[in-house]
Write a protein that binds this ligand. Sequence first.
Ligand SMILES: *Cc1c(COP(=O)(O)O)cnc(C)c1O
Length: 371
Amino acid sequence: MARAWAEVSLGAVAANVAALRAEVAPAEVCAVVKADGYGHGAAPVARAALAAGAGWLAVAQVPEATELRDAGIDAPILLLSEPRLSELDEALAARIRITVYTPEVIERLGRAAGAAGPPVPVHLKVDTGMHRVGAAPEDVVALAKAIGAHPSLALEAVWTHCAVADEPDHPFTAEQLERYEASLADLAAAGFRVPLRHAANSAAAIAHPASRYDLVRCGIAVYGIPPSPALAGSVALVPVVRLATEVAAVKRVAAGDGISYGLRHRLERESLVATLPIGYADGVFRSLSRSGQDVLVGGRRQPMVGTITMDQLMVDLGPDSEVRVGDEVVLLGAQGEERISPDEWAERLDTISYEVVCAIGARVERRYTAS
Ligand SMILES: *Cc1c(COP(=O)(O)O)cnc(C)c1O
């Protein structure tokens, strides 16, 4: 039996997809399951999201799509960046909706797709200001013509990505959408029909109705996490993951003694100290040691003490705890009335909740629950 586990509530995934659908209708929901479903497990999350009415899936890398196909998933899968030229055959075999933004990939894909069968749908990405990937707006018409020159390809969508949607009052989102619409207008003027338009991530889908278009690409919200603390509560999201372990040892430690590597934490009073079989190799960031992040045990908050090690960490239970070896300990999620959110860790770590859940290690067993 695993010493640490992540309970993943597929019922919560379904509830979140349903809440997002209700919010963005008539736009469709594309569930983003890149990076192994943000650490939750791509295929189980994908199946739950599709069953709850998501029409699309999205991944970052070609092998992630192949994995979903191998798991028997048949839904449309969008690849969020251009594949490498060496991956085009695999991308075609996996029937991916391939994102394109360079003439080289369009040319090679057009030839690789061949004349047999219906045209391969592609999604042309325009960079409206994030400057990560995508075509410059002034190149969009030429790229659409390049796609049109290949009977083996069909322009299914033109899309973009928002850089600051998680800051609801930031004016740049509206500016990006204006640039995006200018590209759509250029394409219409050049005679291109664009069946699908999409621009929103979770934050935009929730906070910027104008960004919803035909499809919203939601990742973090599907996992029940608000895209930013500023957006908490705007759509009712249900937390999906609960990271837990069990007490491996309890010992009484004298006042003044040090705990863990470096003996950096000294006990102010005699205390019972629990050892948990989970460490930074499992995604419990070593830098949480500095802040004394709490865990939940016996339904109460108790602080981590001493340096978090690769495989284990220690918790101060206080001088007269009832906690025993084998008791459940929750690091993320609820126990009793208490809850620790990924945002609580993120704030202490000066990062975002996304990194917290993506970091849950491969050694942590994923346990899927229907409820
Ligand atoms: C990861 C990603 C998303 C999903 O973003 P969330 O903030 O998790 O909803 C959407 N679109 C693109 C291009 C992405 O890379």
